[in-house]
Ligand binder design. Structure first.
Ligand SMILES: [Zn+2]
Length: 275
């Protein structure tokens, strides 16, 4: 595998918004991957998931999945917690049926609790979720996304620690989020490289050869992420992200979530190949 570039969701030039047409379009415009977006809810039938799986394999388009935004595994209300847990399970199950190499989602909010306390809670919950998935034969990598806001669980260190402790758990490095969360401070080649070194040290070379990455433009405020932008409109030094990935021989899937993911995915692919 190499580093395959793709869009968050169906590309803009697709003649329809459904996942199957999206996969065909990815192939036609010369991209290598697509993230199936279940961010506003997951209603995909098993029948469609298996069609998606077959078509993606046939066209050699690699898939990842993104779970619903309404997930907070640290929710204090029992009902909200249960719903979050079910959404995680469903994301993993549907992702597996679609043949996704990895699924991601935003794990939790701190809810004003100590990060360490939240970490321990999540560790227990995720172990439990992964055991359920393992027992039923759902084999998919769950890559927790590094988050862009201070109020959200999900620093690089937190997620790497969880992935060291739980087999099924991996990391989805969202470089825009890392940049926004640092209020623009993490924005150089060396700092991007340092993240890759950390991943290799903690999870081994195999993690570098099978990455799940997000890269988009982003605007930030005092507490982190505000909204996604086009790469060229953002202060994020995305070319250095790509240089670091290329020099480090990182492989896997890189997804862009810009306002027009297709335009930025093609840009990223062009720049990456020119390095
Ligand atoms: Zn996300």
């Amino acid at each position: 595998m190499t580093l395959l570039i793709g869009t968050a969701g169906v590309p803009s030039s697709s003649r329809g918004r459904d996942t199957l047409l999206g996969i065909e379009r990815i192939k036609a415009i010369g991209l290598g991957a697509m993230e199936v977006e279940w961010v506003r809810g997951l209603r995909m039938s098993d029948e469609l998931a298996s069609k998606v799986n077959k078509l993606a394999k046939h066209l050699d388009v690699k898939l990842t999945g993104h779970g619903p935004y309404w997930i907070n595994l640290n929710a204090s209300e029992k009902e909200k917690f249960e719903q979050s847990k079910q959404r995680v399970l469903k994301t993993a199950r549907t992702g597996f049926k679609c043949g996704c190499t990895s699924v991601t989602f935003h794990t939790a909010y701190y809810m004003k609790q100590e990060p360490k306390v939240v970490y321990e809670k999540l560790k227990k919950i995720l172990k439990d979720i992964c055991k359920t998935l393992e027992n039923e034969g759902t084999k998919v990598k769950i890559s927790l996304e590094t988050t862009g806001k201070e109020s959200q669980f999900g620093t690089v260190n937190e997620i790497l620690s969880l992935s060291q402790e739980i087999d099924m758990i991996g990391i989805c490095v969202d470089f825009a989020h890392v940049f926004a969360r640092s209020i623009g401070k993490i924005n150089s080649y060396d700092q991007f490289r340092e993240i890759l070194v950390k991943i290799e040290n903690k999870l081994g070379k195999k993690a570098i050869k099978n990455m799940h990455i997000h890269l988009s433009g982003i605007e930030y405020g005092n507490t982190g992420e505000r909204n996604h932008l086009f790469l060229e409109q953002s202060k994020l030094n995305y070319k250095d992200v790509l240089r670091a990935l290329k020099d480090f021989k990182a492989e896997g899937i890189l997804i862009t979530e810009s306002p027009d993911p297709q335009a930025d995915a093609l840009l990223v692919q062009r720049v990456y190949r020119s390095l």
